[in-house]
Unconditional design. Structure first.
Length: 526
């Protein structure tokens, strides 16, 4: 839409002949809020990090914006309105020192079958031909699976962000695609440094094979799952497992979850698989469901907290499954955080809490579910829900019928991780309230709300799900807690979610973040 003029292009070609890498940015949901079909500039709302991130990216990459405006073809908005909105954005970015090399706009509907419609790489090929862009060294950032297909089909690399409609369409995304909480974290992957200039990697970052080798020789490896990052050791190596407790500062009585990549590994851990267990496994594995079984004698007591039971799950993450396969053993793993602190949903969260010594870490981007797994005990006559999590109770009960709930577990007989009364705590005092959000006149108080609200707040506000989705809220929970926790606030106030879907799991986490266990060190996640 807005090419540089011929003189500017000549200057660019003369002084920067080797700059031929590009970042193609989806407009709605990536650099600005996705507020539906926009027909007027006054509807534009940039994300807080947009300007700073784009300024950093353009130091090494050409910037293009690709936007799908099918509302024009559907008659919901006008081409003139789209032009005004894009022109306003382009002018605003230019005044901020950011140059968009060219805008690519598709106004067709899916039925039109146009050559420019994503996921066809028409615009990528056009940029490559017109500007000499090396697509193999270029990136596409967007909040829809089509953006990833768009990148793949054009030979570029795609990064998926959870802003906009990102969380809504996660189930449609191939499992090997890295996801990121926002534009900043996606840009950090591209640049290899934080947008403030500091590095995003660490000396202990490693490949899957190096992580597996670390496990085989009795070491520790942190790795991504769909729920949170785990800190793992070979389940049959008690000395290695002891290293997890030492690095995290975790009480030895708190059991760990054994992660497997196939049913053949499950058979090494447990005595038998009941018909109910078989139905649950077929329905929900791999996935965010941990099942508690009677264990075989070869499972070390340090894994199970001395209990005759073992908690097992099969993670729904390609890197985790490949790591377990290459390690050739089940991996015992709690969350990769310091004991009692907020669970990590990115590799950098792990490094921030555990440092870089004593373990390797595999960077798999952001976790897609964002809260720990649901834990269900199958050692009783009726299945017992030990912890709500990433799989809703309603879906489980479709298979099992009504399940029992544990509300006050006995610390001396924990069947599973995640049962202590205080978990997932930020450093800032965290207050949980019931009911509707109230006005907040205190600038030193941060609010964490489920969905959009019109209440006044003098302090920062984190919205877990603008659309009111409990699944999206779960994905964003820990990242939102961390952002507020870094703002030097006097307190954080959160409000309970509706007790539907994953709302129960989110409420469980924020409840444990806000209430310390009496007379003991707070505990944590999985």
């Amino acid at each position: 839409m807005r090419d540089l003029d011929l003189f500017s292009s000549w200057i660019y070609e003369y002084f920067m002949p080797d700059k031929r890498k590009a970042v193609f940015l989806d407009r709605d949901g990536t650099i600005m809020q996705d507020s539906g079909y926009l027909n007027s500039p006054d509807q534009v709302e940039f994300f807080d990090d947009t300007i700073a991130v784009l300024y950093q990216l353009q130091s090494e990459y050409e910037l293009f914006i690709v936007t799908n405006q099918s509302g024009v073809g559907k008659g919901l908005i006008t081409a003139e309105g789209v032009e005004k909105v894009n022109g306003y954005i382009d002018d605003y970015l230019r005044r901020s020192g950011i140059i968009i090399r060219e805008w690519f706009v598709c106004t067709h509907t899916t039925e039109d079958n146009c050559e420019c419609k994503k996921p066809k790489p028409y615009f990528l090929n056009l940029a490559a031909e017109k500007y000499g862009i090396d697509l193999s060294q270029s990136w596409v950032i967007g909040d829809h699976p089509h953006d990833i297909s768009f990148a793949d089909n054009g030979g570029a690399k795609g990064l998926y962000v959870l802003t906009g409609h990102g969380a809504k369409h996660l189930s449609e995304l191939p499992h090997d695609v890295p996801v990121f909480h926002n534009l900043s974290s996606a840009a950090e992957r591209i640049l290899g440094r934080k947008t403030d200039g500091s590095k995003t990697d660490a000396p202990n970052f490693c490949s899957i094979e190096d992580g597996a080798a670390q496990l085989r020789k009795g070491g520790l490896t942190a790795f991504p799952t769909e729920t949170v990052y785990g800190l793992g050791a070979d389940v049959f190596n008690p000395e290695a497992v002891a290293g997890i407790f030492q690095l995290k500062g975790r009480p030895l009585f708190n059991p760990l979850i054994a992660h497997i990549s196939g049913i053949n590994m499950l058979e090494k851990l447990i005595k038998s698989i009941s018909p109910t267990a078989e139905k649950l496994i077929n329905a929900f594995w791999p996935g965010p469901l941990t099942l508690v079984f009677e264990k075989k004698d070869n499972v070390p007591d340090i894994v199970t907290g001395g209990n005759p039971t073992v908690a097992v799950r099969m993670p729904d993450h390609p890197m985790a499954l490949e790591l377990i396969r290459r390690a050739d053993s089940p991996i015992a793993a709690p969350s990769a955080n310091a004991f009692g602190k907020t669970s990590p949903t990115t590799a950098l969260h792990v490094v921030e809490q555990l440092g870089v010594d004593g373990y390797k870490i595999i960077d798999g981007g952001a976790c897609r579910v964002g809260v720990e797994s649901t834990v269900l005990s199958l050692v009783h006559e009726t299945p017992v829900l030990l912890r709500p999590g990433g799989l809703s109770v309603e879906r489980i009960e479709e298979i099992t019928g009504p399940v029992e709930h544990v509300t006050e577990p006995q610390l001396k007989n924990l069947e599973s991780p995640g049962l202590l009364a205080s978990h997932y705590s930020p450093h800032t005092p965290f207050i949980l309230k019931n009911g509707e959000p109230e006005p907040n006149p205190e600038p030193a108080t941060g609010l964490m709300l489920f969905c959009e609200s019109s209440i006044y707040s003098a302090g920062p506000v984190e919205i877990l799900s603008p659309a009111g989705s409990t699944s999206e809220a779960a994905v964003n929970l820990y990242a939102a807690m961390r952002r507020l926790d870094k703002m030097d606030l006097e307190r954080i106030i959160a409000y309970r979610l509706p007790e539907r879907g994953l709302g129960k799991a989110v409420n469980d986490r924020i409840s444990k973040a806000s209430v310390p266990a009496p007379n003991m060190t707070p505990a944590e996640e999985e």
